[in-house]
Write a protein that binds this ligand. Sequence first.
Ligand code: THU
Length: 129
Amino acid sequence: MTSEKLIELAKSAREKAYAPYSGFLVGAALLSESGEVFTGCNIENASFTPTCCAERVAIFKAVSEGVTDFRALAVVGGKAGESASDACYPCGVCRQVLSEHADASLKIYFADGSETTLGELLPWAFDLK
Ligand code: THU
């Protein structure tokens, strides 16, 4: 699967975002080693704290289905009504959650064509080991 295709899937997932409070819509697409894709969108809540980011929805879907080996993640985000073509970087909480289940080598793709790795985004991740 190409990075462009994974970004397209993240953009489709973004269309499902429920973000009436921030008006900021995010989509994520997580590619497993076996080629399966798990998508997520941000889901907000009137009580604010229970809001869940798109990346965590995607990885929790995967882990809850028994999938724990990942190759790449695409993240897209932007204000409602805008095209989300700039890079949208995962928040710190999502970086920490990703680091629990993915290697530092996990590729992360952005809508502006740039890419990085989880290790670059979160060096020295917290770990109980
Ligand atoms: N959001 C994500 O979905 N992923 C991130 O990595 C950062 C933020 C969402 C949460 C909230 O619904 C909205 O973007 C504004 O913070």
